[in-house]
Design a protein around this ligand. Structure first.
Ligand SMILES: [Zn+2]
Ligand SMILES: [Zn+2]
Length: 262
């Protein structure tokens, strides 16, 4: 077994405050906590451009580009063309985050669907893995993704919020499952059961920072360093060592996103 002893934060928003004002220090603290690489994820055209800019400037950072379901109502047709143009940049490792959010419903559901499907078409065409956002929309997301399963769809359910049932469907679609600090919250029993259930070779870890700080930092701004707390919790739940969790989740991230070796 090749030795991999660093973690990858597969989902952070480094373009958002307070992270964007101190990226050097954020990455220093990440490194101290054995977090070697970070994917900065876009939510609209501007934040996608920002993610690419940050990735170009900082070696440990990679970019994902896409339009979040919250932003679906603001999207222009030319945004898709711009994103498609950025997809081949060497900093770009994924298309996302994209999906459906029926919890907040900041954009009408039919519009969210259209924007989601349009981006699934583009991502599969350019061959990028997708980063899926699903909040209170499990059935619809699984149904839509089912239409792409035969088309070489690769990707991850980020901030996985389901239980074992949804986990089984996601695994059947051939996708990875990514865990945030929510797993440390005492009420996350279903999610903790899902973590026990999902094979370690299909799990990723992430912070979704600046959101979702794990216990004991709950409610405070989150940052990539704290993916170490997520990994530790996953190790505990699966009765693995932290080294095994680092090895597997990092190997999985490299396989999915094509990240270089450090
Ligand atoms: Zn999300
Ligand atoms: Zn996010």
């Amino acid at each position: 077994m090749e030795k991999i002893d660093y973690l990858v934060d597969t989902h952070a928003h480094l373009d958002m405050p307070p992270l964007n004002g101190e990226i050097d220090r954020v990455l220093d603290r990440a490194k101290i906590n054995q977090v070697g690489q970070v994917i900065s994820v876009g939510i609209d055209l501007d934040s996608s451009k920002e993610a690419v800019r940050i990735a170009a400037e900082y070696e440990p950072v990679f970019a994902a580009i896409g339009i979040h379901p919250h932003e679906a109502k603001n999207v222009q047709q030319e945004d898709f063309e711009r994103l498609q143009g950025m997809a081949s940049l060497q900093e770009v490792v994924a298309w996302g985050e994209i999906g459906l959010d029926f919890f907040k419903e900041y954009s009408p559901p039919d519009m969210q669907r259209r924007v989601f499907e349009e981006q699934l078409d583009l991502a599969t065409r350019v061959g990028l893995p997708v980063i899926i956002h699903d909040r209170d929309a499990h059935d619809a997301v699984v149904e839509i993704l089912g239409n792409y399963a035969g088309q070489g769809l690769k990707g991850v359910f980020h901030c996985f919020s389901g239980g074992m049932d949804l986990a089984r469907k996601v695994l059947d679609l051939g996708l990875y499952i990514s865990i945030t600090g929510v797993v440390t919250f005492p009420k996350s029993r279903q999610l903790q059961d899902a973590v026990r259930y999902v094979p370690i070779d299909r799990l990723l870890v992430e912070t979704d920072s600046p959101f979702l700080s794990p216990v004991p930092f709950r409610g405070k701004p989150n940052e990539p360093a704290r993916v170490a707390i997520v990994a530790k919790t996953v190790a505990h739940l699966k009765d693995l060592s932290i080294q095994e969790v680092a090895h597997w989740t990092t190997a999985n991230a490299r396989a999915l996103f094509g990240l270089p070796r450090i």
